[in-house]
Design a protein around this ligand. Sequence first.
Ligand SMILES: [Zn+2]
Length: 264
Amino acid sequence: MLRLRLNFLLTPLLTLSLVACQTSPTGRHQIIMISDAEMSQLGAASFSQMKSSNPPIEDSKLTIYVECLSRPLLLAAGENPSEWEVKVFKDATPNAFALPGKKIGVHTGMIGLTSNSGQLAAVIGHEIAHVQAKHGAERVSLNMASQAVQQATAIAVNGKEYSSAAMAAVGLGAQYGVILPYSRTHESEADFIGLKIMAKAGFDPEQAVSLWQTMGKSGGSKPPEFLSTHPASSTRIKQLSAAMLEAKKLQRTNVTSKVSCIKP
Ligand SMILES: [Zn+2]
């Protein structure tokens, strides 16, 4: 039994020491214990599951609109749009996501919440950035490592009366001490990369700022689901504004034709 537990503990730690530190597109060091191929499989499997539980809208004006926006964004991000699957889901929850395995999903609720194509481009650009910067892989790796720490604590305090309290503390520590600040790092990084992607694709980067202002206003008593993982904080708006000059320059130098995707 103990041997089994130790194996469980050692596997991620061993992998941790074997997998080299990687670097994100902004030059941040990352610890990744899962391969791109495994992440793509996970992403594709979740996307299939979503599609079977809520079949996406096909051949509608909304699909054409989201494809129209995604194409220049993917090109600007250095991706091949024909390799990506882009779907619109009938769901009033304002949400959008991109998954490893080249998948993009946009809820009708998010199309409704964003007031123009630039704002939705900011959302999709931000989501593509999460995938390109391998944030999902980092989170999976962090979970593997924090599970290993919890397992170690369980072994260390096993049988002692404070074991459950100690386990709870480690659990909370993993969630609030590491994972949340980490995700704030991910959000800032996705904002920065996403802003460059949308500008390079020909969208007005200022729309990223107005997106978060729109999001902030839509809070009320029941804020959109997207806001629980993407708080529209003043820090977020300040950071975007600080990167605006560079983004505008990118927009001017890279645009050959103005993107016109009209919101239906
Ligand atoms: Zn995000």
